[in-house]
Design a protein. Sequence first.
Length: 202
Amino acid sequence: MTKPVFTLATGNRHKVVEMVELLPDLDLQPLPAELEMPPEDGDSFEANALIKARAVHAATGEAVVADDSGIEAEDLGGAPGILSARYAGIGVSDEVNLSKLLREVDAAGGNRRAAYLCALALIDADGTEHVFEARCEGRLLGERRGEGGFGYDPAFVPDDTGPADERTYSELSAAEKNAISHRGRAARMLARHLGAGGREAP
């Protein structure tokens, strides 16, 4: 059976790898190299995902999947949130962003609760729009552990692995992370929607 083709509206190679793993029944095509993406100036993950998806759909006329995601620290009022990728400035490394977050959480007090959030925007070839949102609750360590993942993963311990499991996102296998992650949950919602012939499955 031929897989349905979607353009994946991201230049983040880590997200490309995860999305291909999470949506194996789709033929995810890379973002056209010549396409310049618009500023992500929305006020929510949903808004930013739609900004990206709409830009790619307008440029290609094809069906599109776009991700916007990040982490929210409870003691920081939900920061960095939609600014997660540029928390310490435009173009800085994941390491610099994570260092800033951990410094600010340390300074804010003892509450290290945090959650990863993801919004996946789907635009069909005919322009119909859908958004699927999910989250993964957990806490931030004061140190980095593990070699996998990206972004804030080395300091994030998800609740879903159980109270006795102290592993960070970066210490989980790809399969373990995908089973519980914010992006994994949103991707499964999207996949159920496509499998239900355009209706969101329960």
